[in-house]
Design a binder for this molecule. Sequence first.
Ligand SMILES: Nc1ncnc2c1ncn2[C@@H]1O[C@H](COP(=O)(O)OP(=O)(O)OP(=O)(O)O)[C@@H](O)[C@H]1O
Ligand SMILES: [Mg+2]
Length: 300
Amino acid sequence: MSAVVTTSCPDLELIASGKVRDLYRIDASTLLFVATDRISAFDVIMDNGIPNKGKLLTEISIFWFSLLKDVLPNHFITANFDEFPAKVQPYRAQLEGRSMLVKSLRVLPIESIVRGYITGSAWSEYKKKGTVCDIQLPAGMQQSQAFPEPLWTPSTKAEIGDHDENIHPSKAAGIIGEKHAADMARISVELYTKARDYALERGIIIADTKFEFGVDENDTLYLIDEVLTPDSSRFWPASSYKLGVEQDSFDKQYLRNYLLNSGFDKNKDKGITLPEDIIAETMKKYQEAYKLLTGKDAQL
Ligand SMILES: Nc1ncnc2c1ncn2[C@@H]1O[C@H](COP(=O)(O)OP(=O)(O)OP(=O)(O)O)[C@@H](O)[C@H]1O
Ligand SMILES: [Mg+2]
């Protein structure tokens, strides 16, 4: 099985290539949003991909778009390849299952992170200063503990190659305006809470996640990008959850730990080829998350 790490659609206009996605313009109001099998960790793209990861991410996002659409409209139009425009049809073999048509929107330059449990960089900051993103928290929290309430900890959206920077929530208004910042904070927590409750019933703890939002020409807010995937979230198996320690996970943490244990330096390292067993294990984790969430076996 080979991974799709680049797409090539010479008759379509490629407008952006992110760490994972290739975006093609269809018309003024529509984009083709393609999830490749690329995987990044610490903002570095690995040389080899995870076969079919893009298909799983696409299915997982579609699943959440449907479940969360009553909280906020989203950019999803269709993932049915037969409904794609004629000019996309020649690329079916490459794109089917990993692509969707979406509304082309103006991306608000804030990564809208919601944390339900204390882990990762939040845990590191708390241990040092008793805060998370400079928000004061109760004393005595333990690693992996749930926050009293989900915490909104926005970060800036960095240019390619740069790292996103955490900001205090009060700074978001200065970047995207007061109204959008307030809506983003409230809606993100609402989206997270609904998803968290759903996932918990199916054996997954969503420890934290990142949403992105866009606006149309009327300044109406939409949920965009990928939603609640193992790339954008930390998913923990609820059955093995233990307070006070780092958790097993269904997401990129496995890869991150592999990199950290092999002496990875996020400011220097590029050109990393992952060993086969790390690829296979990562793939397994993504498939497990998909199955637990949707109740279906991945059709790959
Ligand atoms: N509906 C939309 N309209 C326009 N742009 C979108 C839309 N949905 C998502 N995007 C943008 O498409 C890109 C998706 O690509 P990918 O996930 O690979 O990027 P990324 O490397 O995470 O990029 P970034 O660092 O810019 O977030 C993101 O930059 C995201 O903001
Ligand atoms: Mg992204």
